[in-house]
Ligand binder design. Structure first.
Ligand code: DGL
Length: 269
């Protein structure tokens, strides 16, 4: 009974923690493509090829359903995968839509026309590839009108987090928030559009100010996955739970242990 969770590295563990807590009876196989992280500076074709290869490994380990706990893969590869690559008996889901539904005050599957929502000025923090895909703005435009989105590509943050250099990660977050505020001085809400960023959520919140509502994905994705599995129980496939990496298992285990503050043990994918 395993559902696959994929990220380019350790950021998807923020999603894994939330889904594991929400669905304690479901087993998960987590795959970190640590050998190729970061994805956020790669081309869409490259991200597509790497995401398909990683997702195939999760299918091969018995998963019927894979959650791309990576905004960059969700933005740059998911649609193309769903249209031309995912086998008929398998499913791949992304992390964008639950977040946008929460921000636009919608229930799952509400396909009514776009309407005005409570927030008008939204800051989006994401990787360079996610920002240039404009996937967030596209999904938002299906559901909301009158929302001004200012996107900030946060170069370097994922690399610093993967290296465990939290001092550098913090300095970069503060400078990216400053850059965003020069373009949009008073955002009402901020989206942490990369699954690594919740590891720096306090820094984002402090730099943005207490008045800014910060949306991060983990709990929203967990709720949405619980709802999906209730409607599609057959998607809980066979396979043992575990943590896989395409990188050095010892190194990745020690970083993951540092981030989650619990013993984590990765095996070679
Ligand atoms: N956690 C991935 C995301 O949500 C990081 C992407 C990267 O590897 O740059 O976008």
């Amino acid at each position: 009974m395993a559902v696959g969770i994929f990220d380019s590295g350790l950021g998807g563990l923020t999603v894994w923690s939330a889904v594991q807590a929400r669905l304690p009876d479901v087993d998960f196989v987590y795959l970190a493509d640590s050998a190729h992280t970061p994805y956020g500076v790669r081309t869409p074709d490259d991200i597509y090829e790497l995401t398909c290869a990683a997702t195939q490994k999760l299918f091969d380990s018995g998963c019927n359903l894979v959650v791309l706990a990576c905004n960059t893969a969700s933005a740059a590869a998911l649609r193309r995968m769903q249209e031309s690559w995912v086998p008929k008996d398998k499913r791949v889901l992304g992390v964008f839509v639950p977040l946008i539904e929460a921000m636009t005050e919608r229930q799952w599957g509400d396909n009514s026309p776009p309407r005005e929502v409570g927030v008008n000025h939204v800051a989006l923090f994401a990787t360079p590839a996610t920002v240039s895909s404009r996937a967030f703005q596209r999904e938002l435009a299906f559901r909301a009108i009158g929302v001004d989105v200012e996107a900030q590509a946060c170069g370097g943050v994922v690399d610093a987090i993967e290296e465990g250099d939290m001092i550098l990660a913090e300095a970069l977050v503060r400078s990216h928030v400053d850059a965003l505020k020069r373009k949009m001085p008073d955002p009402q809400a901020a989206i942490l559009g990369c699954t690594h960023y919740p590891l720096m959520q306090d820094i984002f919140q402090a730099a943005l100010g207490a008045d800014v509502q910060v949306f991060s994905q983990a709990n929203l994705v967990a709720e949405s996955l619980a709802d999906y599995l209730e409607r599609h129980p057959a998607m809980i496939g066979e396979g043992a739970p575990g943590f896989l990496t395409t990188g050095d298992p010892q190194r990745v285990s020690s970083r993951a242990t540092q981030f989650l503050r619990r013993e984590m043990s990765f095996q070679a994918a």
